[in-house]
Design a protein around this ligand. Structure first.
Ligand code: UD1
Length: 362
């Protein structure tokens, strides 16, 4: 069976890697890796291929950046050609980026079954582009592979029939658990002069946080204030870098808030594991910190990953600087950590997905 596995943006790579490894081991599914090129910078793409030991893509579509319609349209046109020529039996998409949406539409229209890994997550916020991507992808997918029970419920509520829902666990955690050992060898802490357990790690890139200068300034100023209490390291996403570079008046400096270029997977998971606190607007990092028992403050008003809040590692802090600071101080003042891990976030998800597919395509 030929399966096209689609990756496009940074958070896709660690979700595809365990599947490719599993398929190669079993030799029943023949995986073809398609990289749309949504992310193309060295440190947003290439470094992840190296760290995750991903094979070279079989096809690189090279679509690059653009408006949502431009980017989605370009991916659809290029990917349609790939599927027409390659006659794949299955298209596997992961996560919720524009590449996920574009390729699931192409698959559905060419009548090739689509499998969505990480299906059913909902923020119930249609101003978030990923929410649209998630909803459309799920409705078109023959296989909705879910990470948690609330995702199953969301799909049922939207009328997805039971035979399309497969609760398999969290594939991103397969990569996290698999690579933690290798990441132990990373010298990122020494390199950045950080002491284990006594720094905060920050990532921010959501349009709702960084595209509006005033919103972003409020968050940034809170980080400056927090950096008086503990050093902060902030690998800056290209979207966020643009905003910082264009800011007028410029953002304040504080030597304890270090803005650095985006870092690779192994360095990042090591930096996350030893952080005292993580402040982020990412989706995946909310889950990775849950498994690592690291307190996480999510700079958003909602999350499509409510299980991380139920478990207690994650707190939604919105975008108000004072609230972010107050919650950060609560974390710094408390010595307790949550150690619960959601069901099936166990490193075995790729195996469960392969089991389902082998049954359906004997
Ligand atoms: C995308 C995903 C988002 C995901 C994020 C992770 C969508 C709608 N959004 O957002 O869900 O959380 O990736 O990073 O798919 N750029 C570069 N170099 C790159 C890539 C992007 O400079 O390698 C710059 C470009 O100026 C581009 C901007 O970043 O216009 C945004 O890139 P884009 O892919 O549109 O969205 P992200 O914000 O990265």
């Amino acid at each position: 069976m030929k399966a096209a596995i689609v990756v496009g943006a940074r958070p896709n790579f660690m979700k595809a890697a365990p599947l490719i490894r599993e398929f190669k081991r079993r030799e029943k599914v023949f995986p073809l890796l398609i990289h749309t090129g949504q992310h193309y910078d060295e440190n947003m793409s290439r470094i992840f291929f190296e760290d995750l030991e991903l094979p070279e893509p079989d096809t690189y579509l090279g679509v690059g950046s653009g408006t949502h319609a431009e980017q989605t349209g370009k991916i659809m046109i290029a990917f349609e050609e790939v599927v027409r020529r390659g006659r794949q039996d299955l298209i596997i998409v992961v996560g919720d980026v524009n590449s996920t949406l574009a390729c699931s539409i192409v698959g559905a229209k060419l009548l090739v079954p689509v499998a969505h890994v990480e299906a059913g997550l909902r923020s119930f916020d249609l101003t978030m582009p990923e929410e649209i991507n998630r909803m459309v992808t799920d409705v078109l997918s023959r296989f909705c592979f879910t990470t948690c029970h609330d995702a199953n419920e969301n799909l049922r509520r939207e009328g997805i029939s039971e035979d399309r829902i497969f609760f398999v666990g969290n594939i991103m955690i397969d990569s996290l658990l698999f690579y933690l050992k290798k990441a132990a060898g990373s010298s990122v802490l020494e390199h950045l002069g950080l002491e284990a357990g006594s720094y905060a790690l920050v990532t921010l890139h959501r349009p709702s946080n960084v595209d509006d200068p005033e919103t972003f300034r409020g968050i940034y100023d809170a980080l400056i204030e927090l950096s008086d209490s503990l050093p902060i390291v902030f690998p800056v996403h290209p979207r966020t870098r643009k905003m910082i570079d264009a800011a007028d008046p410029p953002f304040r400096n504080n030597p304890h808030l270090r803005l650095i270029e985006p870092i690779g997977y192994l360095d990042f998971i090591k930096a996350m594991k030893y952080a005292r606190l993580v402040v982020t607007d990412s989706g995946g990092i909310q889950e990775e910190t849950t498994v690592l028992s690291v307190p996480c403050l999510t700079v958003r008003n909602n999350t499509e990953r409510p299980i991380t809040i139920e478990i207690g590692t994650n707190v939604l802090v919105g975008t108000d600087g004072q609230k972010i600071l107050a919650e950060a101080r609560k974390v710094l003042g408390s010595g307790t950590r949550q150690h619960n891990i959601p069901p099936l976030w166990d490193g075995e998800t790729a195996g469960r997905i392969a089991d389902v597919l082998e049954k359906q395509f004997p």
